[in-house]
Design a protein around this ligand. Sequence first.
Ligand SMILES: [Zn+2]
Length: 348
Amino acid sequence: MSQKSETTPAGRIARLPAQGMVDLHFDLPMDLYEKRNRGNILATEFLQQVEVGKIGVIGAAIYIEDRYLPEMALPVALGQIAQLYAGTDQCGRFTICKSYKEIMGARAEGKVALLITMEGVEPLGSDLDLLRIFYELGVRSIGLTHARSNAAGHGGIFASSGSSPAGLTQFGREVVRQSEGLGVIIDLAHINPAGFRDVMQITTKPLIVSHTNARKFYDIERNISDDQIKMIGQRGGVIGVNSVLVSPRKEESTLDRYVDHIEHIASLIGIDGVGIGFDFFEFIYRQWSDEMKNELAAKLTEPHFISDLSNHSHAANVTQKLIERGFSDEEIDKILFRNWMRIFEELL
Ligand SMILES: [Zn+2]
């Protein structure tokens, strides 16, 4: 490539991010589990999009749908992890990683690194010993709750006020302390404001918010305020920007608004504090019945998918938009790759 083409937008998009993008939140395990009777879903339904988007690392989130609670939470979580292992056995282009070193090794071999994460600790029930078991299985990041309450705490609701005023339970505090001790990244996505404060108080290491948006643009307690953004920044943490809650309005749910969130977080805490947590969900939503869609709208919200940022094959559109909006190569590399890698290096 000539020097000139290196500096054109097309040249820069081809080159950035040099080592592949990190997307720290993807509901992959749930889909693999639901399709467990079919073969090699990773290769047939995900590989192409991930390769087109140059995705290098994916946070694969264990999540338990309401219909499995409470009795089936543990077996379904184990089933989801089993499908990740079976899937990576079948499709060698993906590999499960448990440390920074393994992630680097996977990238050096051109493989997509899967980091197993947990969104809501329902699979633990109220048994702290299970935290260690999930750690042994490869879980390396834990968010205590989804929108609902559980044995650890309470989720932030999809409204500007009204989440539970209660913080973490004793069990929730223990999960956080032991996670920090084990070397599990603590993820503040979804937690209510009171729980957020409690986690800040009882931890010392960097904290992350794997997939969220700024309340400045979408004012719900499921998202995070400027004060919360600053708290993550002061701790040296990283905030992954979510693609499905960029605006309450469909017409404002655009790629530009997605980058507005990145810009806003960077303006508050610097470029080192912002990353990607796409939370691509349309592929699951599409499979749902109207009844399930209505239930989601009633319980949480109606998602507004961004048409040119709704799956991993669209990832380069973010790179392009960041270039258009004046970000430098170094800044883009940090947002798309290096900031999350710094967290992995420090904590895993
Ligand atoms: Zn989520």
